[in-house]
Design a protein around this ligand. Structure first.
Ligand SMILES: *[C@@H]1O[C@H](CO)[C@@H](O)[C@H](O)[C@H]1NC(C)=O
Ligand SMILES: *[C@@H]1O[C@H](CO)[C@@H](O)[C@H](O)[C@H]1NC(C)=O
Ligand SMILES: *[C@@H]1O[C@H](CO)[C@@H](O)[C@H](O)[C@H]1NC(C)=O
Ligand SMILES: *[C@@H]1O[C@H](CO)[C@@H](O)[C@H](O)[C@H]1NC(C)=O
Ligand SMILES: *[C@@H]1O[C@H](CO)[C@@H](O)[C@H](O)[C@H]1NC(C)=O
Ligand SMILES: *[C@@H]1O[C@H](CO)[C@@H](O)[C@H](O)[C@H]1NC(C)=O
Ligand SMILES: *[C@@H]1O[C@H](CO)[C@@H](O)[C@H](O)[C@H]1NC(C)=O
Ligand SMILES: *[C@@H]1O[C@H](CO)[C@@H](O)[C@H](O)[C@H]1NC(C)=O
Ligand SMILES: *[C@@H]1O[C@H](CO)[C@@H](O)[C@H](O)[C@H]1NC(C)=O
Length: 689
């Protein structure tokens, strides 16, 4: 079938040439190398320096991206009056001649991204002004300044979507977007904008505004009530202040991440905000100071200078959070800031919250109280803080919580109540806290048993991460009553030293187990009981042989990097393990170059991938060589070594053999004489000779 297609298209082209018109050609290659699919002509990347004039006249979409067109001549689109969509990105366009679009009144979508339209922009503007029906225009990457832009946009009243990303815009005022009354979406990403003055007032329908990657120092008196998405990430914003009014803002998504905010933003009082992204700023709350004093009554005054008038706005920053109605907020990302506490009642304002990210802050405690009805919260990330304790007040519940990330803190214990009502919890990450699991053996010297974290009986728990916790042992069935499928015990030097009984609660469910860097030296763990195990990480240990219990386990992924393996068993490729494995990591082991037979046979196992196979090295004669391409000399030397060994054994064995032979001969001779004598005496007669 595939072989037929080129022939068919050739035939169609011939037919088209014969009748001078490609009637009925559903799919054909035109002479310029353009591809026709229904009403689309795709001439992407054909080294064209002008618009081909010999395409089907009724095409509606023409793609000319990635060519070398410099000028769009006024007659170039005349053959295609039906055109609705024209794309010319990544050419070298410096001029669109006025009148070019006179015959293309139906054009809806025009992409001119990544060209050189800054050169003759006024002629190009004149050309664009003949497009009353244009809805989508992409002018990104054309080195345009704001002055050029206001000329280019002067007569595009029907525009709904405009991108001027990656240009040279620095300041925006009311003169730039005046006529764009239908605009819904505006992308100003990656310019040099440091000031915006009333630029969007006329855009009554604007819903999505992207000003990411610019140089805005603040957003003050934000009052675009109709806007749904505002993205001002990656600027240098220190203040965000919404206009103080009780109007309902349509705002749903506000992205202020990667800025320099010092204070929690002053949000519209009434809005539909569901995602508030504040990641990577310098915020904290100031009501309480670390030394215990309170700043409750302090206000901040903003001096807003607008033209020659000055306006002073007084804001009580500490209360301001509470003025906004955040009842629709679902995602709050405050990660990578400097929060060391949350004000009282802060979370209570957000009853719809499902995702709360507070990771990478300086929180020392985290309080959950009855007043914070986080009934919808599914993901709570408190990782990388300084948490010493979690405080869970009576009646505090997190009934929907699924993922609780507490990694990289200083927790030693969790309150017993924390998991009482979390009926949906599946994942708990406690990595990099210094803690132990309950039950702890009561030490004779201490009155109370040391603190521990009790996860027994959390039926829904399926993923538990305990890397780098300094676990002292896993005695007394710490995982009883859970249904763990994923368990990470890596970077725990002592965890496996004791009784391996902990495995017995996991045999039916465990699928992924990491024992990286756990001082595992020999086969202390019997893997053969883990029926469901599919992925096992044994890297960073001191294994000197593949644990024998592994050969019967049907793993899909196994990591053996950074061990002390001189070789794998020679018959490894024939074990059930090798037949099920799909991914095997082997590098950084001191393999012996002369005993790599196992490696050759593994390479022939069909479904098996060794992603780090290139890094596999072996040692020969205290040299480290790549196991992929052993030099012929080494291979020969290895064979010699084997042969030499045989010779050596022979040489060593020879004297022994000889000695034995001689001894045997002597004994035999002696025996023979005795035997003769015996025979003679038995027969009783001396021989006559
Ligand atoms: C357009 O710009 C190019 C490059 O700057 C210049 O050579 C050419 O003369 C200009 N064309 C017109 C019509 O102004
Ligand atoms: C566009 O704005 C200019 C001046 O700002 C005005 O003269 C013109 O009538 C406007 N065009 C439309 C279609 O609104
Ligand atoms: C904001 O823009 C940046 C840069 O384009 C992007 O990475 C980020 O996802 C956007 N934010 C939202 C909420 O879409
Ligand atoms: C706490 O710190 C603030 C600001 O640094 C200071 O003004 C105040 O006097 C301090 N209070 C005490 C009790 O040390
Ligand atoms: C200052 O404002 C007044 C009216 O508010 C106006 O008449 C005057 O031109 C303005 N001065 C400057 C320099 O803008
Ligand atoms: C000053 O701010 C108040 C309230 O924010 C506002 O009503 C008033 O119009 C502003 N005055 C000026 C000159 O901007
Ligand atoms: C907050 O807004 C919701 C609707 O979005 C409304 O039901 C609720 O009464 C408001 N709360 C306050 C305190 O205004
Ligand atoms: C917990 O957070 C850390 C970093 O803060 C991240 O590396 C880890 O993947 C998270 N754990 C889970 C289970 O998502
Ligand atoms: C192994 O674990 C120990 C204890 O957690 C840690 O200090 C060490 O850095 C880890 N080694 C590696 C190579 O990750």
């Amino acid at each position: 079938m595939e072989a037929l297609l080129p022939g068919l298209s050739l035939l169609l082209v011939l037919l088209a040439a014969g009748w001078g018109n490609g009637v009925g050609a559903a799919w054909a290659m035109s002479p310029g190398g353009c591809k026709h699919v229904q009403s689309t002509a795709d001439c992407t990347g054909r080294w064209l320096s002008s618009v081909p004039g010999n395409l089907q006249g009724d095409i509606e979409e023409l793609l000319l991206n990635d060519n070398t067109i410099r000028v769009l001549g006024h007659a170039s689109l005349l053959p295609y009056p039906q055109l609705k969509h024209l794309s010319l990105s990544k050419n070298r366009l410096n001029l669109i001649e006025p009148g070019t679009f006179l015959g293309s009144q139906g054009l809806h979508v025009l992409s001119l991204a990544d060209n050189l339209l800054f050169t003759n922009y006024s002629q190009t503007a004149a050309a664009l002004s003949a497009l009353p029906a244009l809805r989508t225009l992409d002018l990104s990457g054309n080195c345009l300044t704001e002055d050029m832009l206001s000329v280019l946009l002067l007569n595009l009243p029907s525009l709904e979507s405009l991108s001027v990303a990656r240009n040279a815009i620095m300041r925006l005022d009311s003169s730039v977007f005046t006529n764009l009354t239908q605009l819904l979406e505006l992308n100003l990403e990656k310019n040099y904008i440091f000031e915006i003055d009333q630029a969007f007032e006329g855009l009554q329908k604007l819903q999505r505004l992207n000003i990411a990657y610019n140089y805005m120092p603040c957003v003050v008196d934000f009052g675009l009530t109709q806007l749904k998405v505002l993205n001002v990430s990656h600027n240098i914003i220190e203040w965000f202040l919404a206009f103080e009014s009780d109007d309902l803002f349509e705002l749903e998504v506000l992205d202020l991440s990667h800025n320099r905010l010092l204070f929690f933003p002053v949000l519209p009082r009434q809005s539909k905000l569901h995602s508030l992204l504040l990641k990577d700023n310098e915020m904290t709350f100031y009501q309480r100071l670390p030394n215990g004093t309170s700043l409750a009554d302090v206000t901040v005054q903003f001096l807003i200078i607008d033209g020659n008038s000055t306006n002073i706005t007084t804001v009580n920053l500490w209360d301001e959070v509470c003025y906004s109605n955040l009842s629709s907020l679902r995602l709050l990302d405050m990660s990578q800031n400097q929060f060391w506490y949350l004000p009282e009642g802060f979370l209570a304002k957000m009853p719809s919250l499902t995702h709360l990210k507070l990771n990478q802050n300086c929180l020392e405690t985290f309080q959950l109280s009855e007043e914070d009805p986080l009934a919808m919260l599914t993901d709570l990330d408190l990782s990388q803080n300084q948490l010493v304790e979690l405080q869970v007040g009576a009646g505090a519940t997190l009934p929907s919580l699924q993922l609780f990330n507490l990694s990289t803190n200083r927790l030693r214990v969790l309150p017993a109540e924390v998991f009482t009502y979390t009926r949906k919890i599946t994942t708990v990450d406690l990595s990099r806290n210094r803690l132990d699991l309950c039950p702890q053996p009561a030490l004779a010297s201490e009155v109370e048993s040391p603190p521990c974290v009790d996860i027994r009986g959390i039926e829904t728990l399926s993923r538990l991460y305990l890397a780098g916790c300094g676990l002292q042992g896993l005695a007394g069935q710490p995982f009883r009553g859970t249904s763990l499928t994923h368990l990470d015990l890596s970077d725990n030097q002592q965890a496996l030293s004791g009784d391996p009984g902990w495995l017995q609660d996991l045999t039916a469910t465990l699928r992924v187990l990491s024992l990286r860097n756990t001082s595992l030296s020999s086969a202390v763990v019997d893997f053969s009981t883990l029926q469901s195990l599919a992925a096992l990480d044994l890297s960073g240990n001191s294994l000197s042989a593949l644990p024998a219990s592994l050969s019967a386990v049907k793993l899909r992924s196994l990591d053996l990097r950074d061990n002390c393996l001189p070789a794998l068993p020679t018959d490894v490729a024939r074990t059930p393990l090798a037949r099920s494995l799909q991914e095997l990591y082997l590098s950084r082991n001191p393999y012996n170059c002369c005993t790599l037979g196992w490696w050759e046979s593994l390479q022939r196992v069909e479904q098996l991938r060794v992603p780090d196979g290139r890094e596999l090295t072996c040692s020969y004669d205290s040299r480290t060589l790549s196991a992929r391409a052993l030099p012929e000399t080494v291979l020969r030397a290895c064979r010699w070594k084997v042969a030499n060994m045989a010779l050596l054994y022979l040489v060593l064995a020879l004297p022994t053999c000889l000695t034995l032979l001689v001894a045997f001969a002597v004994v035999f001779l002696m025996l023979k004489q005795k035997l003769l004598k015996m025979l003679k005496s038995r027969c009783g007669a001396s021989s006559p000779y």
